[in-house]
Design a protein around this ligand. Sequence first.
Ligand SMILES: Cc1cc2nc3c(=O)[nH]c(=O)nc-3n(C[C@H](O)[C@H](O)[C@H](O)COP(=O)(O)OP(=O)(O)OC[C@H]3O[C@@H](n4cnc5c(N)ncnc54)[C@H](O)[C@@H]3O)c2cc1C
Length: 455
Amino acid sequence: MAQFDLVVLGGGSGGYAASLRAAQLGLSVALIEGEKLGGTCLHKGCIPTKALLHSGEIADNTRDASHFGINAQLIGIDMVAVNAYKDGVIAKLYKGLQGLVKSRNITFVEGFGKLVGPNTVEVNGQRYEGKNIILATGSYPRTLPGLEIDGTTIITSEEALNMTTIPARVIVLGGGVIGCEFASVWKSFGADVTIIEGLPRLIAAEDESSSKQLERAFRKRGINFEVGTKFQSVAKDASGVTVTLENGKTFSADLLLVAVGRGPVSANLGYEAQGIAMERGYVLVDNKCRTNVPGIWAVGDLIPTLQLAHVGFAEGILVAEEIAGLNPRPINYDGVPRVTYSEPEVASVGLTTAQAKERGHDVVELTYDLAGNGKANILRTSGSVKLVAAKNGPVLGIHLVGSRVGELLAEAQLIFNWEASADDVAPLLHAHPTMSEAMGEAHMALAGKPLHAHG
Ligand SMILES: Cc1cc2nc3c(=O)[nH]c(=O)nc-3n(C[C@H](O)[C@H](O)[C@H](O)COP(=O)(O)OP(=O)(O)OC[C@H]3O[C@@H](n4cnc5c(N)ncnc54)[C@H](O)[C@@H]3O)c2cc1C
């Protein structure tokens, strides 16, 4: 039996990050992957969606070119070429990642593995023993009871990433991050889009003010949405699908995208048989990603933390460092940057106003409107920077809406994670004219010395 310091099951963001860091720290590592190294994020998630969104942005810019004095006309969207561009980005990154794994002397095992002992994984009849095992088998797109995915008219994000045509009318079931991103892409590509969301607002995990602004922007873009009412049934016919909601309303379209969340990949993998504590299919862990079985760890979408690639990276690195004896600090999940990459983008770090109040903070808020920002005017985007802070204390949350605001999170997360107050940030210079100035202006205003803001 092949023996290693660490055996990692699943080569997505969590699993490969753990493997790379462990190998860097001198551990012998076997990384087992049933499909493609890089997992959901690289092949079916973050990277392909962002490539499609970028194509969508170019389509929108072409349509709007006359606003900027440029004579151009959008003649059409060539989905074959769009996919070729997207697949080219993935292929380059995939090659780079494979090279990286190889260069760190990680034993890469192709095939689906199963946990057959507290320190043993079996793949294709071969056993791999690890002093430590990391479970990183990720997640899959969920559906609802009675809603069968057929892959052609009722699809998940996986099929949506490889469409060769643009639907004339599409219904997106689920107004969370993934649903809003696809709605944005398809609208940019010229489809008639309707989002259906059971919760009272789009991207309900975000601050209420961000949801309201996104809803306003989507309305302006002609993206239809129906919130606060649940899906009841779907009927297929020759022209597509008709969705009925619990409030009796019906919507018809050529295509239904089901984006109602992702569930953990944990069934029939031997986890329960080895006595690992689980809940609703998620593997339960402590703040160092340890399961209740000594030597078995779990990271990424498989555990009930935020389902984001950079969370998977951080958890993988945390476990590798813990195994190597570095005693790393647990992750502060409040400090995880979060972005919805629709047009406009929504980005945040830290607490929403509601969360800050729930936790007993004496909250002050400040919203800086991007209307006062030079670069936002040049780009013709609108939105805001909203700060949530403790009275006479640190910034507790930063909430951003507008084109490209995801890039502003780099600074926002430093402010939050270093527990800076508005007074700490106000004296820092921000290059003019950049969108980042809005971050500086918001903190100046909260510190009582607004420059380009009234009041
Ligand atoms: C459409 C979409 C867009 C997204 N966009 C973003 C984004 O912009 N930013 C962001 O941060 N996150 C995004 N995410 C989320 C991100 O992709 C996930 O959080 C991340 O991939 C989780 O990493 P993971 O390692 O836990 O799981 P995964 O990436 O799912 O990797 C798990 C791996 O394990 C393998 N595996 C499973 N079972 C076995 C087995 N028995 N044996 C061997 N291998 C196995 C799978 O093949 C897979 O490669 C997006 C997700 C989707 C679906």
